[in-house]
Design a protein around this ligand. Sequence first.
Ligand SMILES: Cc1cc2nc3c(=O)[nH]c(=O)nc-3n(C[C@H](O)[C@H](O)[C@H](O)COP(=O)(O)O)c2cc1C
Length: 367
Amino acid sequence: MGKAWNQTRVAEILGIEYPIIQGPLGGFSSQRLAAAVSNFGGLGSFGAHGLERGAISDIIAEIRSLTVKPFAMNLWVSMEDDGARTSDAAAFQRAASHLAPYISEVGGSQPSHSPYKPIRFEAQARILLDAKVPAFSFIYGIPPAEILEEAKRQGMVTLGTATTVDEATALEQAGVDIVVASGFEAGGHRGSFQQSSEDSLTGTISLVPQTVDAVSIPVVAAGGIADARGIIAALALGAEGVQMGTVFLATEDSGAHPLHREAILTGKARPTALTRGFTGRLARGIKNNLLDVMNQPGTEILPYPLQRALMRNLAIPAQKAGRADLLALWAGQSASLAHEIDVNELLKSLVTGVAARYKNCAGEGFK
Ligand SMILES: Cc1cc2nc3c(=O)[nH]c(=O)nc-3n(C[C@H](O)[C@H](O)[C@H](O)COP(=O)(O)O)c2cc1C
């Protein structure tokens, strides 16, 4: 008899039953969702990159009150792009002018320029280290060696995201435990850090087997995986786990606004597209009116994270006005495969679906 599909190094290292990771969802993460996935036997994650230290501590405490199982906290190693510190009020006004008519349309107040207050990765990471969170995942780079060493000493599992084979190799060389190979189908930001995001657009079916061949640490596949078929495909490519974001975003426990969840669940998520317009960094969302406006040539986009802050001035009144066409509707290319709103039902369908198909491979996996 071969191993059961879920007995992979990823499951073993993380101490979880199923190598299914609920991907961090940045500002749409929720403590309840992360805990529910961990309680089921997967790995729930919380994306904390936008939060100050106090808020991160509170969230870790709350997740711990909801589950005794392992969970991941996620940060962005690089927290600002070139030009963020020197961008001035004039640039702000030019970028804001593209949004002004839409903000007026939904009854919002026009934003005014305020000084940029950076959030530092190192300060956020300190909270994760002090709290000894079970797993620490990150994108947009490799943490400094002293942070990775301390995480290792504390027994924390580290997961780094790669969007190219070279990034995966660099993560392995830095001593990271698990590499998440994120293909360009993925929703939201993927976290390229060696080349520009535009030059790192490899799809999951190409990226995963090449990454598996290049590194000896276990590989988790991310991007476009939305059901049991996708998990089987990832395992067949040599991945030892999957990270899924969009399907979890659609569940009722996620932090996404109902309009956003509805856009995914009603199949309106086809097609998706890439834009820098929502945050200043390239990311994937549903192609709606706002995404088209932001991608128009000549639209001035502020460097990350200034553009992200600017866009909130439209997001809040647009939500109140029920205008999904003016929201950043993050989603991956497989969004239209998301149907389930109950996270436990989703996880059940994934594990039973994989187990049923895997048996047909003579119990020997895909070897
Ligand atoms: C709304 C949204 C926010 C995300 N935020 C983060 C994040 O903060 N950190 C991170 O590592 N990945 C983030 N991701 C990526 C997911 O964790 C996951 O890798 C990706 O969604 C997988 O592709 P899929 O959307 O096709 O399932 C985000 C994805 C979405 C859709």
